[in-house]
Design a protein around this ligand. Structure first.
Ligand code: ADP
Length: 266
């Protein structure tokens, strides 16, 4: 039997609500509706799910999806050991058994034949067929499925099928407005709020370049990294280059534009 306690979040995660997402998620949870959280990388999607799991007192099982992931990685497989073969539940099966919130992070990364295993769990049946084991698992009453999805990476090759999308309710996330984002960085890292404001200004400059040489803007996550480097005594220009610019671009011209923006601000 899986140990439910290990998946419980014991301490309240810091989460700054941005709109009505807490109340909306709560309503979806009350109805056990599947939820899709859309938004750019590092904007607070995972933190929000952790916060909601804590608030609801439910275990949370997170799976980072990738293109090599198979349906068995989610559902489970037989293992060979000294005693013979033994079935091992995958994370999705464990979540359905114990009534956890199962969070499939970056679901578009998974192949479509993997994605379809969630279908029977997301309609009125709420079942998970374990074909190899010959079991039809009925999901626990508290089981809920949550997926995250970055519309920025959307392409014909990498998109969810309509038949998958239309099994979810959706919440749109984006970076917080400048003051709120600076507050998040200051609270998260203990950085001086005025310095946090300047980091956010820097992010604003880079976010304007999205679609003009940058695939993604600077995320809140990277701003938190920069603030942490500053707290360690790293000089502002070096911290910003290391945390905000160099991770997101290899293009020399864009890099030099962003370095100039840093020099103007710090
Ligand atoms: P995503 O899942 O969208 O890629 P995360 O949830 O991991 O991003 O967020 C990245 C980091 O940004 C978090 O670790 C946290 O430090 C910070 N963050 C972003 N939004 C918020 C928020 N609304 N409240 C608190 N922290 C946030």
């Amino acid at each position: 039997m899986s140990d439910t306690a290990q998946y419980l979040i014991r301490q309240e995660p810091f989460y700054q609500p941005l709109h009505e997402e807490v109340a909306l998620y709560q309503a979806a949870w009350d109805e056990r509706l599947p939820v899709m959280i859309k938004g750019p990388t590092g904007c607070g999607k995972s933190r929000f799910v952790e916060y909601m799991a804590w608030r609801l007192g439910r275990p949370l099982i997170t799976v980072a999806c990738n293109e090599d992931m198979t349906a068995s990685d989610l559902v489970g497989r037989y293992l060979l050991d000294a005693g013979g073969t033994r079935w091992l539940d995958g994370p999705l099966t464990t979540a359905a058994r114990i009534g956890a919130i199962c969070y499939l992070d970056e679901i578009v990364e998974a192949r479509q034949d993997t994605t379809v295993v969630i279908h029977p769990l997301t309609d009125h049946r709420r079942v998970l067929p374990l074909d190899k084991k010959g079991e039809l698992l009925e999901a626990h009453a508290d089981f809920q499925l949550v997926i995250s999805y970055n519309p920025g990476y959307q392409s014909l090759m990498k998109d969810l099928k309509q038949s998958t999308k239309q099994r979810f309710t959706a919440l749109h996330f984006d970076y917080a407005d400048a003051d709120t984002e600076a507050g998040i960085i200051a609270t998260e890292t203990g950085t001086d709020p005025a310095l946090a404001q300047r980091l956010v200004q820097m992010a604003g400059a880079a976010r304007n370049l999205k679609g003009h040489g940058l695939d993604e803007g600077i995320s809140t996550r990277l701003l938190v990294y920069a603030a942490r480097l500053l707290k360690r005594g790293v000089a502002p220009r070096a911290a910003c280059r290391m945390a905000l610019v160099d991770p997101i671009t290899d293009d020399k011209d864009i890099r030099s534009t962003l370095y100039h923006a840093i020099d103007a601000l710090f």
